[in-house]
Design a protein around this ligand. Structure first.
Ligand SMILES: Cc1cc2nc3c(=O)[nH]c(=O)nc-3n(C[C@H](O)[C@H](O)[C@H](O)COP(=O)(O)OP(=O)(O)OC[C@H]3O[C@@H](n4cnc5c(N)ncnc54)[C@H](O)[C@@H]3O)c2cc1C
Length: 277
């Protein structure tokens, strides 16, 4: 049971959502935008989050859209992970979505909710970071588009009152060779000990991680090391582990030392898989 009362709004347009948010904020109701509600509701139940109103984004057309737009493909932030799995237009994104939680939860969790989540993993950020995606924010001035790497730094940098309407993907990335390795402590369906995923663009390997640090990330130095032709795979893996050692986290899923061991094995495996493609 949720131990407090809250109001529920389901606006039909982005303008309405933003203005309802502003009104509720002015009334001191601490509104939140609502995607699938999985995180908001579970946190509210255990008393770690409270709000006086939720603004459900599901009726807003820009949040529900899935549109081919020439060289780009637009995905609304209100699409669920199972919508992304079914679509499968960008296999790396669909694979990522299909490895988050179980099928029942995938039908609830939204792309926007995963990217804006408090929980540290935000795994759908990885294919978006790797493919130079653009994010559309909705605010008082309408819609604005930003490069993923300027508005997603460890977490989504949304100004208060704005929400994520959707993401624009460059279709040129859809058919590139990719890898996705999610290591969990016990079960296949679990939070990641490490998720490493990447793709190869014009012979250059890109890689992004979740679970390794307290946030999802890409790192220039790691990618330069992996692409250095003069280094052996073993040397590359050691250098990557050394370079990332200050951000590698310890938690209930595994110690930093264990994560370093898994990271090295994962890098060697990826280098081997991707060498011929
Ligand atoms: C069993 C289980 C297993 C999980 N495993 C993983 C995992 O392995 N990897 C992983 O990455 N995640 C995992 N998650 C976390 C899950 O992805 C998050 O709970 C999810 O991100 C919440 O999505 P939602 O749509 O339900 O968001 P909500 O609960 O609706 O919202 C979450 C947060 O995002 C904000 N928000 C929602 N939509 C928007 C928007 N469009 N614009 C701006 N802000 C918005 C809300 O205000 C809230 O702060 C798991 C969750 C469960 C329940």
């Amino acid at each position: 049971m949720i131990p407090f009362d809250f109001e529920y709004y389901r606006p039909d347009t982005a303008e309405e959502a933003v203005s309802v948010f502003a009104e509720l904020e002015a009334e001191g109701k601490e509104p939140v935008y609502y995607g699938g509600g999985s995180e908001l509701i579970s946190m509210a139940r255990v008393g770690s989050r409270s709000f006086g109103a939720v603004i459900d984004l599901k009726n807003i057309s820009e949040c529900k859209a899935m549109e081919d737009r020439g060289n780009g493909f637009y995905l609304g932030a209100g699409l669920t992970l199972s919508d992304l799995v079914e679509w499968n237009g960008f296999p790396l994104l669909s694979k990522t979505a299909g490895r988050i939680a179980d099928h029942t939860m995938q039908c609830k969790i939204t792309l926007g909710g995963n990217l804006a989540a408090t929980i540290i993993y935000r795994e759908t950020a990885l294919p978006l970071l790797l493919s130079d995606a653009k994010l559309t924010f909705a605010g008082a001035d309408g819609f604005k588009e930003y490069d993923m790497d300027t508005v997603f730094r460890e977490r989504l940098l949304l100004p208060r009152g704005e929400f994520l309407a959707g993401v624009m993907l460059d279709k040129g990335f859809f058919s590139l060779p990719y890898f996705h390795e999610k290591k969990t402590k016990n079960e296949k369906i679990d939070y990641p000990l490490i998720t490493a995923e990447g793709l190869k663009k014009a012979g250059v390997l890109r890689i992004a991680f979740s679970g390794l640090a307290a946030y999802p990330f890409r790192d220039d130095k790691v990618e330069k090391t992996l692409n250095a032709s003069y280094l052996s795979p073993e040397r590359k893996a050691d250098k990557v582990v050394k370079h990332l050692s200050s951000v590698i986290q310890s938690d209930l899923s595994g110690s930093a030392e264990y994560r370093k061991f898994v990271l090295k094995e994962t890098i060697l495996n990826i280098l081997d898989t991707m060498k011929g493609v």
